[in-house]
Design a protein around this ligand. Structure first.
Ligand SMILES: [Zn+2]
Length: 322
């Protein structure tokens, strides 16, 4: 089966294999999980297995599999959105197509990427198909937020939640593709939160290294006002980097605590041991814990914060304050 080639997600894969081998396929599934976790990769493998006409042969050459690989299998239909919303007309087209029987196999599979972008109208239109689906129809939703779908859609859909990958699984995904050093790999694993795309972005963009060295410089030289101002500007222009900055800051203060406890070998930022040592020397243990609590609170506030700029100013003050 194609899903045998997927790394990790063992429970989900076992569940899907059971459904496939018992031929107990329902009409709607959602693959849900954070952006970059690999929802489409897993869904695509599952869809190929759903459409395959011969069971359990590797590198299957059946007509369905061949055309699926070429992107021309008429029994597979992917809803393409403009990434802002999926309107009712798009779902009506899907419904019209679903009225026609499959061409090659016994199923037709519909894939809706970013399903949470469906308008209420679109979801209600999809609901009609889910309420009385033609027996050959399988609808696959990909979503970062299953709970954002209408409860009526949720209740008719099997939600398959994807879990973050373990370090070993991440290595299996990353290492064959990117020849990177052991140190860099360790660093990337620590900052990618078990999400493959995060790791791939870090490797391809090298951006996080840059952000990290800027954060370290902030902590090392809190009164270098030109640098503080540069960081401020960078954060105002690139809001998406804020989360990485928090990750790095928190990792540094946690490292300071670990350092004070004499567990140098467990530092996340082990390559910056000297700087960690010097930052740690400016703080008592309880100050470090307070700092972490404060930063975690600030990070939460950004999710609700009305004024981003004020939030950034407060954050920089907090970093400068020893
Ligand atoms: Zn096949």
């Amino acid at each position: 089966m194609e899903i045998d080639n997927i790394i990790g997600q063992r429970d989900l894969i076992a569940q899907l294999k059971r459904l496939l081998s018992l031929n107990l396929i329902g009409h709607a599934y959602a693959f849900s999980g954070p952006a970059g976790i690999g929802k489409k990769t897993l869904a695509t493998a599952f869809i190929k297995d759903l459409l395959c006409r011969s069971s359990d042969s590797e590198n299957c050459k059946c007509l369905s599999c061949r055309t699926f690989n070429e992107g021309t299998n008429p029994d597979f239909y992917e809803v393409i959105s403009d990434r802002k919303s999926i309107g009712v007309d798009t779902i009506r087209d899907l419904r019209d197509d679903a009225a026609h029987r499959p061409t090659y196999g016994s199923r037709k599979v519909y894939l809706i990427v970013d399903a949470e972008l469906m308008t209420v109208h679109a979801q209600n239109c999809l609901l009609k198909t889910l309420e009385e689906p033609p027996e050959y129809v399988v609808i696959i939703l990909l979503t970062t937020n299953f709970e954002a779908l209408l409860p009526t859609i949720q209740s008719r859909t099997v939600n398959l939640r994807m879990a973050p990958y373990t370090d070993d699984e991440m290595k299996k995904i990353i290492c064959p593709r990117y020849p990177i050093s052991k140190e860099e790999l360790e660093f990337i694993l620590k900052f990618s939160n078990g999400i493959p795309l995060n790791a791939i972005r870090m490797i391809e963009e090298g951006k996080i290294r840059d952000i990290r060295s800027q954060v370290f410089r902030l902590l090392e030289k809190p009164d270098d006002f030109i640098h503080v101002e540069n960081v401020r500007k960078a954060l105002l222009d690139n809001r998406e980097e804020l989360s990485t900055v928090f990750d790095i800051l928190l990792s540094i203060y946690r490292d300071c605590i670990i350092f004070k406890q004499g567990m140098e070998s467990r530092l996340i930022n082990s390559d910056k041991k000297d700087i960690i040592k010097s930052i740690a020397s400016s703080y008592e243990n309880h100050n470090l814990f307070e700092k972490i609590t404060k930063l975690e609170g600030m990070r939460r506030n950004f999710n609700y914060n009305i004024n981003y700029q004020l939030g950034i100013d407060a954050l920089l003050l907090e970093i400068q304050e020893v």
